[in-house]
Structures are given as structure tokens and as C-alpha cells.
Design a protein around this ligand. Structure first.
Ligand code: GAL
Length: 747
């Protein structure tokens, strides 16, 4: 019997084979793997003996049951007997089918590719090592795959997982790739009277399986129904708690100061932002806010910040929030936190600091009590959040695999969940104070969707940055490129344009003498970019509310919105046999769209590299218009663009209505502000858009204090556009003043 559709309780007769220890693959006594409905359109099964500490148990989100019932009904995507699990020694394996033509996405925030077919991944929290990348080792190795057939699968294990996608042809496979003689590159038919067929010999034959290996007695598996791949991603995000809803000010600009900046340096920087007419929302303090870092004291340095209360008070007066860096390795021994944390520390040190066992609630409480006493509770409104550094890797920095932790959990389990535990603890602390936070984190994993933490890293490669932005949309995490400084103005500006279309707009000046105004020749472009980001605030906030409520990611890869690129099978062939081309190299997918993405429902972003003057843009289905001019740019086609330096390439769907700030200001709106709204319509079709609003800072929205408005326009009897707003949900008034319509496309 198959698991039934939504709502039915179901058991599948999918076989699990329990091998005797050391008994090879020909295992005995198959036992059924029981699938149960975990939520509408979500099925769960335990493979072997699942461990109590898993990624979802670490993240501890609660399924949004009401919302999960909303997507259309969809069947369990696998047939009887298609899934096989085995226990071999102390290891667990799982095989799922991969259909011909099925494309697989997700499986972590990779920096090099999007489509995962043919990949062999070691899913392992790590700093992405761009010089010697190990596929799967990344800041967010989320073990969730999204199938172009319209479902997703999560392997919920806090162990390192090896996942092979379409690799390793099985003897038992009913259909196998053709056998090609490499010398002559022909297929010889079994009937010798038939002619040999010319063929391509390839080194890596595609298989019909996705296979997982865990060094664990078992793990949990979840299947998320579609019917579309985007529906499956939505269900995953809702199941783990819904997407993050940052505070409104968290969508404004963040600038990070040099490591040893003082309070006086901070205010000089703020003055310079104001003098240059650049919007600003958050001030990032790097290690120097503390009197000891690497390991961290988590105590103010009173030479650089002689009066932390006065500092925070002044930030608040200027309408800004502090955003404080730390890594969780505690020292020195004479610090206040060290002796308290000592009983909860692992057996090995990191930078001579204690490594708290954050799987223990008491260790998390100590960290939070200390951070709140030292920082947050001095001025909860002025402390926006934290940047949680160094919870990813590299191996050579962090605790070895032999480390013993007081909870008895293994070093690898700590590594896979460390960032999750810290995010959860910080989020809960702010929540207890009824304040939202916006954070940064360098290592995370499955289940992180509800946490408003944005991943970053130390690499500075423009192409990799965009690839990671796209990949983040499949797996429920937020990722932002950074601007850190540039030797050319054009480089600074083009990077800033990409940054301003990502979840967190930031300049990370921790190790730079440069500022955003260093290259005066691009200052106008820098200002226009930051003001545009500020102007997009109501649209971005609404997109995050959709992430929160529907699970729809803010950043949507094109593969999720209808233009799954077809990858010709010829592209799967590695090269031919000649002396210059290695036939054993990994096949390349030709059309992996990894440099453009949707932001919310209506905007198509196509950032342009600092090294390019033009680029091509694939338009998703429908008619598209230029964001800046309202002009038609194309329909069902690929366009070539040469944007002026101060314009970031941005396109809008036909009939979109975008809520924007009419006049972007230099600070995020204060609670008493009522900025004017500009409702912008693009294209020739009747207009539709959404506006979400709440107080932007607290959790009152969970208590019903929110508003959803439909933004609609159509031509009136005289043929002129007429627009209206219509309340569709919630009673709260919106925090905007005048509403002005603007019709961007001339009729
Ligand atoms: C790095 C981090 C940088 C900066 C620096 C401060 O690990 O990625 O953004 O914060 O630490 O030491």
C-alpha cells in the first residue's frame, strides 16, 4: 500500500533490510519501513534507529500546521519498493530512485554549481574552501534535495552524510547506460549481424539512484510533496517553523567597522554616512568591542568603549542598532564567563578558548545570560543582533573529531549543529524580550528557516557569491555576499549592487581602510544603490512575510519559478579521448542558471559582474519590463543588456504592483513615522501586488496585529489606470502615510 494523500495515516511497504553485522550487502530479513503523515503533504519514516540529536531537534522549530494544509493536495511521490535502506556494520544506507531526466537541486549552499546530478557530496559544516573545494563541505550543508519532479526529501541526521546523486550504476538496475567500447567508441549489439553504433564513451555513467551513507545507527527521513518544486520547498520551510521575519530595520543597510574601532570611530563613520547622503540602519562592531578576542571574553573593552550604556543610548538617539561580532570560544581564564562555562566545555580548546557543549541547555543559558547582561539588556532597542563567527570551520581551527563533550555527543554532531544551537538561543532570548533580531552566522544547517540569521563568508569571488545566493533559495537559509573594499570604483559599485539585492545589505570593513565613499567617481552610483535598497523596503518586507507565512523563499532560483533549464544529455558526456582533454573530469552542465534569481514575486535580479560590461538575462515565462524605465524588454526569450554603471539590472513581471517608499530616508522608519508609499505598476496587464505590515519590531504580529493588503489596478472607462488597495487579512492599520500610484509603462 502506498502512503495516502494528505491527511491519511499511511504505512508503506518500502523494504528496510537489516543486515547482520559485518555481513555485506546481501542482507537478511527485510522489514518494512513505516511512513506516517507528519503534516499535510509531509511524510516521515525512521531508517534504522534514528538518533535523538538531529538537525531538526537542534533547530527545534514547530511545524506551521495551519499553513501546511494550504498548498494543493499531492500524492506520495515514490512507488512501492523504490526506496531501500540497509544497515551495514555501524552504518546506515538509503537509496531513493532518480528518474531519467529528473534534475536534483539543493543539498546545501554550494558555491560552484546548482544542479546536483552526478555530484558526490560530503555534507559537512565547513568554511567553503575555494582553493581546494570538497563538494558538500560548506557553511550550510543542508541535506534537503529538491526534485524537478516536484517533491523534496530531507535526511535529518546530525552526522556527516555522503550523498551521491546519480552516481554508481547498480547491477540490479533494470535499465542501464549503454555499454560502449572505449577503443572504438561504438556500441556493439548482442546480435553480431547488426552494425555497431557510434557512441560517446563517458567516464561517469549516470545511475538511477540517489544514495546516502551515514555513519550512524539510523536517521529520520522526511518527504515533502509538491506538486511543484516550489511547493515542496514551501512545505519544507513551513514544516520547520516558517521562514524568518526580520525586523523592518534589519532590511536596511549594515556597515561593519574596522576590528579595533572605538565608540568615537563609530560616530565619525555615522557622520560620514549622513554627510554623503547614504542610508544606514545597523552598525557592526567587530572583535574590538571586547577586551579579549580569539578566545572571546564577551565583555566590553572600556578603553575603546568607556561607557557602553552611553554608547548604546546615543546609537538609539540616532535611530541605529548595534550588531556585535563574537565567536563562542570562551576565554581568557580570568574572564567572568570562563569559570562558569568550564564544566560544560569539551575536552579540546579552540584558540585556547573553551568550546561550550551547546547541546546542553545549561551551556546555552550561560551564554545567553551573559550576553544579555553585558549587552542586550543595557538597551534592548539599540542592540539589533549578533554576528556569530567561526562556527563553520576550517577543521584546522576548530575542535578535532576526537573531542569529548560532557553531553556524550560526538564532535561531528556538535559541528553539524553548533550554528543552529546558537541561532536558536539568541532568537529565543530576543523573543523573550518581545523584540525581533537580525543576525549573521557562518555555519548553519537544516531547520534554520525561522531564524533571521544571514550566512556570510571570507571569500570574495563575485561568481561564487551569486551561485550561493541562488542555492540558498532551495534550502531555507539566507545568504549574502559582502562588499569589503575594492581597488577599483567599478568593482565596489557592481558588488554593492549585488549585495543590495540579497537578504542583507552590508559593507564589511573589518579589515579595510576603505569606505563606501573611497572611490569618489562612483559615489553617485553608491548612493543610488543604497537609496534603491531603502526604497524597496515595503516590497522586501512583504516578501519576507510571504516566506514566514507561506514558506515561499524570498530569493527564488529560476529553477523554482518555471524555467527549469533543459540540460542536453550530450552535456553529460565528458570529453573525447585525445591527448589534451581528460575524459575522467566531472561532466559539466551547460545551462545552470546561477547568476540571476527572483527577489519576491515580481522582481528578477541579474547582477552584473565588475569585470563585465554586458550580460545575457534569461527571462522567465511572461512579459518583462525594465524596473527603472518601465519599458518592455522581452517575452520568453534571453536578452542581452549593457546597463549603465549606476543601474543595477532589475526587471519586473507584467502586471506587477510593487509597494515602495516614495522617498527613501537615511534611517529606517521609526515607529511613529508614516512615510509615503509609492505603488508602482509595470506592464500592460491589470495590476496585482501585496503589501504586508506590522509594527516591524516585536512579535505582536503573532498575536494578530498585522495587515495584508491587496494592491490592484485596472484601466477605467476612459482607459486611464485606476488603482485601489483592499484589505485581505488583519485589522491593524499600516504604518505608511500617503499612498501614491505610479504607472511605469506608458499605454
Ligand atoms: C572573520 C569573519 C570576518 C571578520 C573577522 C574578524 O572570521 O569572517 O567577517 O568578522 O573574522 O576577526
Amino acid at each position: 500500500m502506498n502512503p495516502t494523500r494528505n491527511g491519511g495515516l499511511a504505512l508503506a511497504s518500502i523494504a528496510i533490510f537489516c543486515a547482520y553485522p559485518n555481513f555485506g550487502y546481501a542482507s537478511a530479513r527485510p522489514a518494512p519501513l513505516g511512513w506516517t503523515v507528519a503534516a499535510p503533504g509531509v511524510w516521515h519514516a525512521s531508517v534504522g534507529e534514528a538518533e535523538a540529536l538531529s538537525l531538526l531537534s537542534a533547530a527545534a522549530g514547530s511545524p506551521r500546521a495551519d499553513r501546511l494544509a494550504r498548498p494543493p493536495d499531492a500524492p506520495f511521490p515514490f512507488a512501492d519498493g523504490e526506496i531501500e535502506a540497509r544497515r551495514i556494520d555501524w552504518k546506515t544506507t538509503l537509496r531513493l530512485p532518480l528518474a531519467p531526466g529528473e534534475d536534483i537541486f539543493g543539498l546545501g549552499v554550494d558555491f560552484a554549481s546548482i544542479r546536483r546530478n552526478g555530484a558526490i557530496l560530503d555534507l559537512h559544516v565547513d568554511h567553503w574552501n575555494r582553493r581546494a573545494p570538497v563538494p558538500g563541505r560548506t557553511h550550510a550543508p543542508v541535506p534537503l534535495y529538491v526534485s524537478s519532479r516536484g517533491f523534496a526529501v530531507l535526511f535529518d541526521s546530525a552526522r556527516y552524510l555522503r550523498v551521491s546523486v546519480g552516481h554508481g550504476v547498480r547491477l540490479a538496475a533494470p535499465v542501464k547506460p549503454p555499454v560502449v567500447d572505449r577503443t572504438t567508441r561504438t556500441i556493439r549489439p548482442s546480435d553480431p549481424t547488426q552494425p555497431a553504433i557510434p557512441a560517446t564513451w563517458i567516464s561517469q555513467n549516470p545511475s538511477d539512484s540517489i544514495e546516502v551513507l551515514a555513519h550512524a545507527p539510523g536517521f529520520d527521513v522526511y518527504v515533502f510533496a509538491g506538486p511543484s518544486p516550489l511547493d515542496a520547498v514551501r512545505r519544507y520551510n513551513l514544516f520547520v517553523g516558517g521562514g524568518a521575519l526580520p525586523p523592518k530595520w534589519g532590511l536596511g543597510f549594515l556597515t561593519r567597522l574596522p576590528t579595533a574601532a572605538s565608540a568615537a570611530d563609530v560616530f565619525a563613520d555615522i557622520d560620514a554616512f549622513d554627510a554623503h547622503g547614504l542610508p544606514l540602519s545597523m552598525i557592526g562592531l567587530e572583535p574590538g568591542w571586547m577586551n579579549h578576542a580569539y578566545p572571546c571574553s564577551l565583555e566590553w573593552d572600556t578603553t575603546r568603549f568607556p561607557d557602553p550604556d552611553a554608547f548604546l543610548h546615543e546609537l538609539d538617539r540616532r535611530g541605529l542598532r548595534a550588531h556585535l561580532w563574537f565567536n563562542p570560544y570562551i576565554g581568557p581564564a580570568h574572564g567572568r564567563l570562563y569559570p562558569k562555562m568550564l564544566p560544560f566545555a569539551g575536552s579540546h580548546l579552540v584558540w585556547n578558548g573553551l568550546v561550550p557543549d551547546f547541546t546542553l541547555p545549561a551551556a546555552r543559558e550561560l551564554l545567553i545570560d551573559h550576553l544579555c547582561g553585558e549587552v542586550v539588556d543595557r538597551h534592548p532597542r539599540a542592540v539589533g543582533g549578533f554576528k556569530v563567527d567561526e562556527v563553520d570551520g576550517y577543521d584546522r581551527y576548530l575542535w578535532p573529531e576526537t573531542t569529548v563533550f560532557p553531553s556524550g555527543h560526538h564532535a561531528e554532531q556538535l559541528r553539524q549543529t553548533y550554528g543552529l544551537f546558537v541561532q536558536r538561543a539568541l532568537f529565543d532570548a530576543f523573543r523573550e524580550r518581545d523584540r525581533r533580531t537580525m543576525g549573521q552566522v557562518r555555519g548553519t544547517n537544516a531547520g534554520a528557516s525561522p531564524y533571521p540569521f544571514v550566512i556570510y563568508n571570507d571569500n570574495y569571488d563575485f561568481t561564487e557569491y551569486l551561485t550561493a545566493v541562488v542555492n540558498s533559495g532551495f534550502v531555507g537559509v539566507l545568504w549574502s555576499p559582502e562588499v569589503r573594499g575594492s581597488d577599483r570604483g567599478i568593482d565596489m559599485l557592481r558588488r554593492l549592487q549585488a549585495v543590495c539585492l540579497s537578504p542583507l545589505a552590508l559593507y564589511n570593513g573589518w579589515a579595510s581602510r576603505q569606505k563606501l565613499w573611497t572611490h569618489s567617481e562612483v559615489l553617485d552610483g553608491v548612493r543610488a544603490t543604497l537609496l534603491l535598497r531603502q526604497q524597496l523596503l515595503p516590497y522586501l518586507y512583504t516578501s519576507f512575510a510571504q516566506y514566514h507565512d507561506e514558506g515561499t523563499p524570498v530569493i527564488r532560483p529560476l529553477q523554482l519559478v518555471g524555467t527549469t533549464p533543459t540540460i542536453p544529455s550530450s552535456a553529460l558526456a565528458a570529453g573525447s579521448l585525445d591527448a589534451t582533454h581528460n575524459p575522467y573530469e566531472t561532466p559539466l552542465a551547460l545551462r545552470e542558471v546561477r547568476d540571476q534569481f527572483m527577489v519576491g514575486d515580481h522582481l528578477l535580479a541579474a547582477p552584473i559582474s565588475p569585470d563585465a560590461t554586458s550580460r545575457s538575462v534569461i527571462l522567465p515565462p511572461g512579459r518583462w519590463f525594465d524596473f527603472h524605465t518601465g519599458d518592455f524588454v522581452g517575452e520568453d526569450t534571453t536578452i542581452e543588456i549593457t546597463p549603465p554603471l549606476d543601474r543595477l539590472p532589475l526587471f519586473v513581471r507584467d502586471g506587477a504592483v510593487l509597494p515602495l517608499l516614495a522617498e527613501p530616508s537615511l534611517r529606517p522608519p521609526a515607529p511613529s513615522d508614516r512615510p509615503a508609499l509609492e505603488l508602482r505598476h509595470y506592464g500592460e496587464s491589470a495590476g496585482h501586488g501585496l503589501l504586508y505590515d506590522d509594527d516591524g519590531v516585536s512579535f505582536a504580529h503573532e498575536r494578530g496585529a498585522l495587515a495584508w493588503l491587496a494592491l490592484e489596478c485596472a484601466p477605467d472607462a476612459t482607459g486611464r489606470w485606476a488603482g485601489r488597495t483592499r484589505r485581505i487579512h488583519g485589522e491593524r492599520s499600516i504604518d505608511y502615510g500617503d499612498v501614491r500610484w505610479r504607472f511605469m509603462t506608458s499605454r
